[in-house]
Design a protein around this ligand. Structure first.
Ligand SMILES: *[C@@H]1O[C@H](CO)[C@@H](O)[C@H](O)[C@H]1NC(C)=O
Length: 115
């Protein structure tokens, strides 16, 4: 089952526009870097991102959003827990991101599936 991974960032005020662009580029580049070591295959199905332009009042300081799609839970878990490119990205952003919010879901799944 597809997993949709939503990531929202607020950058530190010390991070200028060029540094912001760099982080965004690196985030989106993960799609062309992250491979499963068992298969050597790129496993991020899609990855998009951009600047918030919501006219609603609910952005809560979050300025950039990303939507990353994985084929299945295993790929998502590998990305979150093990992928060295993802870890390197996180290390690179250390101290540069004021706030991050993440939620994942499987489209159409509205309750926890047990067993
Ligand atoms: C989100 O975008 C809207 C429209 O550009 C802007 O008015 C608002 O301040 C933005 N929110 C944040 C947290 O940047």
């Amino acid at each position: 089952m597809t997993i949709v991974h939503i990531v929202l960032f607020q950058f530190n005020s010390t991070v200028d526009a060029a540094a912001t662009d760099d982080i965004i580029k690196r985030m989106l580049a993960l799609k062309d870097q992250c491979v499963r070591p068992d298969t050597g295959v790129l496993y991020i199905k899609s990855s998009i991102g951009g600047l918030n332009n919501s006219k609603e009042k609910y952005s809560d300081g979050l300025t950039h959003g990303f939507v990353v799609e994985f084929e299945n839970v295993q790929d998502r878990n590998y990305y979150v827990n093990e992928d060295s490119y993802h870890k390197a990205f996180q290390a690179f952003t250390y101290g540069k991101i004021e706030k991050v919010r993440v939620i994942d879901f499987t489209p159409g799944e509205f309750r926890e599936v047990h067993g």
